[in-house]
Design a protein around this ligand. Structure first.
Ligand code: VGL
Ligand code: ZN
Length: 191
């Protein structure tokens, strides 16, 4: 068992309509994370953070701009909104990322250029957070990138596997996270 305390933060990555079944970049079973995350939010985390992929309409990651993805999570559209059934009452920070036209940001800490930081590291440090539990979508992109950068930024970093779903098969993301030294747990391990 892992006891959650006020020095722990729950990071809820990109649980947005476009990543749910029927969305523009649907993650298989993406909606299955919502109930698990709602349950996790009852634990005594010091901070709970949601992130949102929040792209301009002509973002570099979109296929029509030569990028790898269909158009998704365009700022201020319903696809970019958080899942309606996600219980956001206890969320203390809503972080939006991927807003620059020419650089994507899978991680909630660091853009894909490897140098541009978001506010998240300082924000968590100011609030005395030592450990982060990362959940959400997609496990093999934004979740793993966020967990690895959290660790690089000096936080203890844990992925809650059953609170995540990925685009590719689970094994690839799991071995990448394990190789990076990230602890993988299940939500039933937390109390
Ligand atoms: C994501 C691909 C493109 C994610 C975001 O949230 O994992 N994946 N943009
Ligand atoms: Zn994106």
């Amino acid at each position: 068992m892992i006891k959650i305390s006020s020095a722990d933060a729950l990071l809820i990555v990109d649980v947005q309509n476009d990543f749910l079944p029927g969305g523009a970049l649907a993650v298989p079973e993406g909606d299955a994370v919502i109930a698990v995350i709602n349950q996790l939010m009852r634990l005594p985390f010091g901070e709970i953070v949601t992130t949102q992929d929040w792209h301009p309409a002509a973002h570099c990651s979109f296929r029509e701009q030569g990028g790898p993805w269909p158009r998704h999570c365009v700022a201020d559209t319903s696809g970019a909104a958080l899942a309606e059934t996600l219980d956001c009452a206890a969320v203390s920070l809503e972080l939006r990322k991927g807003q620059s036209l020419s650089v994507d940001s899978y991680s909630a800490f660091l853009e894909n250029d490897g140098v541009t930081r978001t506010i998240l590291k300082d924000w968590l440090h100011e609030r005395k957070i030592a450990r982060v539990f990362v959940t959400g979508l997609a496990l093999d992109y934004c979740v793993t990138a966020t967990a690895i950068d959290a660790q690089d930024d000096g936080f203890e970093s844990v992925i809650v596997l059953d609170a995540c779903r990925g685009i590719a098969p689970l094994e690839d993301a799991v071995s990448k996270a394990e190789n990076a030294g990230i602890l993988l747990v299940r939500s039933s391990d937390l109390s």
